[in-house]
Design a protein around this ligand. Structure first.
Ligand SMILES: *Cc1c(COP(=O)(O)O)cnc(C)c1O
Length: 407
C-alpha cells in the first residue's frame, strides 16, 4: 500500500475555511491511508522508499513532492502541523522536538549576528536564558522590557531591531499585552512580531488575527494537556515557515512521529479542556480573592485585573493559569504548597491535573534578584495551573494550605 496524502485527505482543505476551531481541532489535517482507519495513523519510520532510481532522484531533486527521511518530513508530523496551522489560522506550521526548539529554530532561521531583539521581561525562564546566554554568543543582543509598558518597547527599538518577542498572558502574573499595538510598532520598524501562545492556545486567542507574524507553542503544555510528551511548533506565513523548516531540516530538532500522534489526540479535546480550565480558574481566582490569607490574586478574568478589558477583547477565555501572593514570605508560601495533598507540586503547567509551584525558587529561580524584583516574582508568590478536576475538590485541597497558615 502506498501512502498518498493527496488522495486520502478526508475533508478537502477548502471545506475547512471558516470552520470553528472546535471542528478544526478534530478534523483538520486528518490523513487516511488505504486502510481507511478512523483514528489518525502513526508512521514510526525514519525513511521512505521509492519505486525506482528515477523517482528517488526526483524526490531528492525536489521535482516530486513526497517523504524522504523523517528529519525532513513525516506524515504523522505533517498531520499535526496541518491541524495546528488551521486552528491558528496560519498558512503553515513547523513542528519541533520541544517548545524551546521552536523558539531556537525561529531565531536561528530569521535572525543573524548584529540583529537586536526586544523581549518581554516575564517570559518563560529558559527563553530568557536562550536569548541572554546563547543568542548573545552569536551576536544577537536582547533588551528586556515590561510587557505592558508600550513606551519602554518604543524606547528600546534600535535600527538593528528585527524581532519583538512576547508571551501573553505572562507567566506567572497574567499580564496582558496589547498585541495590535506591539505588532504596529514591530512593522513600523521592519521587525517580526513573535507571540508565544502557549498559555491561551488557539482556542482562546489567535495572535495572527492581532498582527503577530509568528506563533510559538510549547506543545508540551495544553496541546497535549495530559503530561505525556515534550514538543513544540512554530506557525506563520509560508515564506517565514520555509526558512524555519530549512533550519530544522539541517539542525535536526524535529518532532518524533509518536509525539506528533499524541499531540494530534491532544488537540482533539483541546477546546473542551480549555473551557473546563477557564471555568475552574475563574471560580478559584474569585474564591482566592476572598481569602483573608491572600494579599493579591493575578488572573486576567478578575475585574480587579488591570488589563481585564484588553484580555476580554483579545481572548475568548482567560486561561487556566493564575497566581497569588500569600501574606508573608517564602516560609508561608512553602507551607501553603506543602499542605496540599492532591494537587501536584510540579512546575509543569497546562495539564488536566492541577499543579502548584513556587516561581521564585523553581521556574524563575535562575533570575537574578534584580530581575525577579522587576518581574514581580516575590517570595510569597504561588502559581497554580488549574486542571479540570471538580472545582469543589480543588478548594478542599487549597483550604488545607490556608489551614496550615492559620497555625
Ligand atoms: C514550557 C514553555 C516553553 C518551553 O517549552 P518546552 O516544551 O518545555 O521546551 C516555552 N514557552 C512557554 C510559555 C512555556 O510555558
Amino acid at each position: 500500500m502506498t501512502f498518498c496524502r493527496d488522495e486520502h485527505v478526508w475533508i478537502p482543505e477548502s471545506d475547512l475555511e471558516g470552520m470553528s476551531v472546535d471542528t478544526l481541532a478534530v478534523r483538520a489535517g486528518q490523513i487516511r491511508t488505504g486502510q481507511l482507519e478512523h483514528s489518525d495513523a502513526i508512521f514510526p519510520t525514519s525513511s521512505f522508499v521509492y519505486g525506482s532510481a528515477a523517482q528517488a532522484a526526483a524526490r531528492f531533486g525536489g521535482e516530486e513532492p513526497g517523504n524522504i527521511y523523517s528529519r525532513f518530513t513525516n506524515p504523522t508530523v505533517q498531520a499535526f502541523e496541518a491541524r495546528i496551522a488551521a486552528m491558528e489560522g496560519g498558512e503553515k506550521a513547523v513542528a519541533t522536538s520541544s517548545g524551546m526548539a521552536a523558539i531556537l529554530s525561529t531565531c536561528m532561521a530569521l535572525l543573524k549576528s548584529g540583529d537586536h531583539v526586544v523581549c518581554s521581561r516575564g517570559v518563560f525562564g529558559t527563553t530568557n536564558v536562550l536569548f541572554q546566554k546563547y543568542m548573545a554568543k552569536f551576536g544577537v543582543e536582547t533588551s528586556f522590557v515590561s510587557l505592558t509598558d508600550q513606551a519602554q518597547w518604543e524606547r528600546e527599538i534600535r535600527p538593528e531591531t528585527r524581532m519583538l518577542f512576547i508571551e501573553t498572558p505572562s507567566n506567572p502574573l497574567c499580564e496582558v499585552a496589547d498585541m495590535a499595538a506591539l505588532a504596529a510598532l514591530a512593522h513600523a520598524n521592519d521587525a517580526l512580531f513573535v507571540v508565544d501562545n502557549c498559555f491561551c492556545t488557539p482556542v482562546l486567542q489567535r495572535p495572527l488575527e492581532h498582527g503577530a507574524d509568528i506563533i510559538i507553542h510549547s506543545a508540551t503544555k495544553y496541546l497535549d494537556g495530559q503530561g505525556r510528551c515534550v514538543g513544540g511548533v512554530v506557525v506563520g506565513p509560508a515564506n517565514l515557515m520555509d526558512e524555519v523548516y530549512g533550519f530544522l531540516r539541517s539542525a535536526g530538532p524535529t518532532m518524533s512521529p509518536f509525539n506528533a500522534w499524541v499531540f494530534l489526540k491532544g488537540l482533539e479535546t483541546l477546546p473542551i479542556r480549555m473551557r473546563a480550565h477557564c471555568d475552574n480558574a475563574l471560580e478559584l481566582a474569585q474564591w482566592l480573592e476572598a481569602q483573608p490569607a491572600v494579599a493579591e490574586v493575578f488572573y486576567a478574568g478578575l475585574e480587579s485585573h488591570p488589563q481585564h478589558a484588553l484580555a476580554r477583547e483579545q481572548q475568548s477565555g482567560f486561561g487556566g493559569v493564575l497566581s497569588f501572593r500569600v501574606k508573608g514570605g517564602r516560609e508561608e508560601a512553602w507551607a501553603f504548597i506543602d499542605a496540599t495533598r492532591m494537587i501536584s507540586i510540579t512546575a509543569n503547567l497546562g495539564d488536566v491535573k492541577t499543579t502548584i509551584t513556587h516561581p521564585a525558587t523553581t521556574t524563575h529561580g535562575r533570575l537574578s534578584p534584580e530581575d525577579k524584583a522587576q518581574a514581580g516574582i516575590t517570595e510569597n508568590l504561588v502559581r497554580i495551573s488549574v486542571g479540570i478536576e471538580a472545582v469543589e475538590d480543588l478548594k478542599i485541597d487549597l483550604q488545607r494550605g490556608f489551614s496550615a497558615l492559620e497555625k
